[in-house]
Design a protein around this ligand. Structure first.
Ligand code: C2E
Ligand code: CA
Ligand code: CA
Ligand code: CA
Length: 275
């Protein structure tokens, strides 16, 4: 115990103290922001080969009055470790259903699905399935319009419970994309077990695909996997025409990235889609 104590003193340096302080600061600010409804949802389009919008991904945005803009890359892990992701994630799902409901009155919008990101802790919460069921029913969302983007982190343990929940949600008309595909630990054997609709090629592969042959091989492999398992495949993080052309050459038909549009307030995309 003595040796351990000495070690923790040795490793507990000022930089660590700073990052702990920042984390605590973010956690308390986030708690307040969630309570006061201060987070926003932006949307980024997903397009087909004709650049037509075929779906939208909802992404959280947060500007704290004191801390300024905080990236989801920073606050989502804090939300996850503090448990705040449960109320926050529920709010995101309610918002998604509410937007989908409003869109049902507009011909140009009513067939566009919305995708929501789901954290593992949120997925594992005991009320996850019933909450979504209630939202879908209360707002009378047609099947197939709510998509959930899950990550390979969900597949590490309790795979049987995960599959059961996915199947139950699938029966409610919910579709699943496997986000950041290729970066995690998912065993290929699981892929067949899961009621998935789509694989998302992680943006890190798309980014370096033209210069790093490994990333090109992985991209090709994911596209082949999709074809063989009868899953849709979408490439994320597409920023350049060269990347787009290369992906098309490899047989990719769905894309998301700055080349087609950045995440913007829902109203921005809504008015564009209605024109
Ligand atoms: P993600 O789900 O992989 O989302 C894609 C991220 O890539 C988004 O970052 C998006 O803005 C960014 N992006 C889109 N196109 C491009 C591009 O062409 N180039 C580059 N470099 N980046 C692009 P963002 O919005 O900062 O979100 C980061 C991560 O935070 C998300 O990664 C997701 O894991 C998480 N996140 C965001 N909103 C939510 C949410 O509502 N719930 C949960 N659980 N996680 C969320
Ligand atoms: Ca995502
Ligand atoms: Ca992703
Ligand atoms: Ca990511």
């Amino acid at each position: 115990a003595k040796a351990q104590g000495a070690e923790s003193i040795r490793f507990f340096n000022p930089a660590m103290q700073e990052s702990i302080n920042r984390r605590m600061l973010i956690e308390s600010a986030l708690r307040r922001a969630v309570k006061n409804n201060e987070l926003e949802l932006y949307m980024q389009p997903q397009v087909n080969e004709d650049r037509e919008v075929i779906a939208g991904e909802l992404l959280l945005r947060w500007t704290d009055p004191d801390l300024g803009v905080i990236s989801p890359v920073e606050f989502i892990p804090v939300a996850e470790s503090s448990g705040l992701i449960v109320p926050l994630g529920s709010w995101v799902i309610e918002q998604a259903c509410s937007i989908l409901q409003q869109w049902q009155a507009h011909d140009a919008l009513k067939h566009i699905p919305l995708a929501v990101n789901i954290s593992p802790r949120q997925f594992r919460h005991s009320h996850f399935v019933t909450h979504i069921e209630r939202c879908l029913q209360a707002m009378q969302i047609p099947p197939g319009l709510l998509e959930l983007e899950i990550t390979e982190g969900l597949l590490i343990d309790n795979i049987d419970i995960t599959v059961k929940r996915l199947v139950r949600l699938g029966e409610l008309g919910v579709r699943f994309s496997l986000d950041d595909f290729g970066t995690g630990y998912a065993s290929l054997a699981y892929l067949k077990k899961l009621p998935l609709y789509q694989l998302k090629i992680d943006q890190s592969f798309v980014r370096d695909m033209l210069t790093d042959v490994n990333d090109e091989v992985i991209t090709t492999t994911i596209l082949g996997l999709g074809k063989n398992l009868n899953l849709s495949v979408i490439a994320e993080g597409v920023e350049t025409q060269a990347q787009l052309e290369h992906l098309r050459g490899l047989g990719c038909h769905k894309f998301q990235g700055y080349l087609f549009g950045r995440p913007q307030p829902i109203s921005y995309w809504q008015s564009r889609l209605e024109q």
